[in-house]
Design a protein around this ligand. Structure first.
Ligand code: DGL
Length: 263
């Protein structure tokens, strides 16, 4: 047993959607969440920039004496997980778009994988796509950073994303879209807005998937494997950020209370 906290990292506040699942799977750990809001969004930056920022976050986490690191950011995972694993003397677990699970659960119809521009161009994501049985059914939808910027501003109006959704989803108008993969940890917080758009523009109502359950399972397995599991903590989450805590922490706490319904 190791009572040190687990570090959870994202470019911003989106990692709260992963942490919600992690808290269900591991309610008796303690957590430190680091939001790199001062440098995010990462998703429209170059791979080199993302790698440098993620490595810096890794050093910050190391200085806080965390026993393991969860990279609750698809963009940082796809761009820099291998570098973080090389650099840090602790288990490092990431999150990835749930395209394989969506394909397995949905035997027919189209699946849209919404993720940042950086995630979908990475080798790691291409390799994940390589595991698909029918890749032609799964369409990558690279999304501009404006999605993340609005979420970080706390914009949750039902029509608050229609303009952006129209831009990225127009090519799929009228299609039989059965599944939408939310491949960025911010997007689960606008699932209702995306579902509303989908009802108006696609046939039927798609099911939603994200990678947080698998990430939580992987973290749990890793803690057990390394003898780091703690059954004695209280699930407390402390928060710190490279941005402005007085603005970001209240929104983070609000997001952490949300009930998300994702497969
Ligand atoms: N939340 C991050 C992800 O899961 C990325 C957001 C961003 O910084 O662009 O991909």
């Amino acid at each position: 047993m190791d009572k040190r906290p687990v570090g959870v990292l994202d470019s911003g506040l989106g990692g709260a959607s992963t942490l919600i699942e992690v808290l269900k799977a591991l309610p008796r750990e303690n957590y430190i969440y680091y939001s790199d809001c001062g440098n995010g969004p990462y998703g429209s930056r170059s791979t080199q920039e993302i790698q440098a920022l993620a490595q810096n976050c890794g050093r910050v986490m190391l200085s806080r004496d965390v026993k393991a690191l969860l990279v609750a950011c698809n963009t940082a995972t796809s761009s820099a997980l291998h570098l973080l694993r090389q650099a840090l003397p602790m288990p490092v677990v990431g999150i990835e778009p749930a395209i394989c699970r969506a394909e397995a659960k949905l035997p027919a119809g189209h699946i849209l994988a919404m993720a940042t521009e950086a995630t979908v161009r990475q080798e790691r994501y291409r390799a994940l796509r390589g595991e698909l049985k029918e890749p032609a059914r799964v369409h990558d939808v690279p999304c501009p950073k404006a999605f993340v910027e609005r979420i970080e501003l706390g914009i949750f109006d039902m029509d608050g994303y229609d303009d952006l959704l129209l831009t990225v989803l127009r090519p799929y108008e009228g299609l039989d879209v059965r599944g939408i993969v939310l491949g960025c940890t911010h997007y689960p917080f606008i699932q209702k807005q995306i579902a509303r758009y989908a009802r108006a523009h696609f046939q039927g109502a798609p099911r939603f998937f994200d990678g947080s359950k698998l990430a939580a399972q992987r973290l749990k397995a890793s803690l057990r494997r390394h003898g780091l599991f703690n059954g004695d903590g209280n699930g407390g989450v402390s928060f710190f950020t490279s941005g402005r805590p007085e603005k970001t922490e209240p929104l983070f706490r609000f997001l952490l209370q949300q009930k998300l319904e994702l497969e």
